[in-house]
Write a protein that binds this ligand. Structure first.
Ligand code: NAG
Ligand code: NAG
Length: 171
């Protein structure tokens, strides 16, 4: 796998959000902080499915829209299971790769959320990222919650081919 793709996928991408409003989302403050503060990990608390869904959409808004990466990682347990092959489990490894790429000060990268849903305890986000691979790239991040915290992550990544067989656009 190309290094650029694996790096990109290490968690999620954030950027200028130009799509429709997030269903159930809660707009976060837009700041340009360098955001390199090591994240404070999440300690799972028992919460209702409704509250779990609220936390998921807060995570989505923080990570993909506001791009305040340290804040986003406060929703992960310290040793969360990460199936992305470019990193090891836990916040430290993932954050070191993701923060420089996803921080809102990296204006070379753009992210547009396309679809998202939450069915407890799983939430997923399908989005487009420009400015990382040569061609625009589609990513799906899947998160599993335990109570109030994310405990596991998977991702799937597809760069748009220069010449598609399909007549449909990738996005
Ligand atoms: C964020 O960065 C943009 C572009 O560099 C700048 O115009 C804006 O004033 C900055 N906002 C804050 C809150 O620093
Ligand atoms: C895409 O298609 C064009 C036109 O057939 C061709 O010239 C070009 O080499 C193709 N590019 C790739 C990467 O396949």
């Amino acid at each position: 796998m190309r290094a650029s793709i694996t790096l990109l996928s290490t968690l999620f991408l954030t950027l200028t959000f130009t799509g429709p409003a997030l269903a159930g989302g809660h707009p976060a403050e837009r700041t340009n902080s360098s955001d390199t503060t090591p994240p404070q990990p999440c300690t799972p608390q028992t919460v209702s499915p409704f509250r779990q869904e609220e936390i998921f959409y807060t995570l989505v808004d923080t990570l993909y829209v506001a791009r305040t990466v340290s804040e986003a990682y406060t929703h992960f347990v310290e040793d969360f299971i990460n199936h992305n092959p470019a990193t090891v489990d836990g916040i430290a490894s993932s954050f070191a790769l993701v923060e420089p790429l996803f921080t809102n000060s990296n204006t070379a990268v753009k992210v547009q959320i396309l679809h998202q849903a939450f069915v407890a305890p799983y939430g997923w986000v399908h989005y487009r990222i420009d400015g990382f691979n040569p061609e625009p790239t589609a990513v799906v991040d899947v998160f599993r919650f335990d109570g109030s915290c994310v405990v596991e992550h998977w991702d799937i990544i597809q760069e748009r081919p220069v010449n598609s067989t399909s007549s449909h656009p990738l996005f």
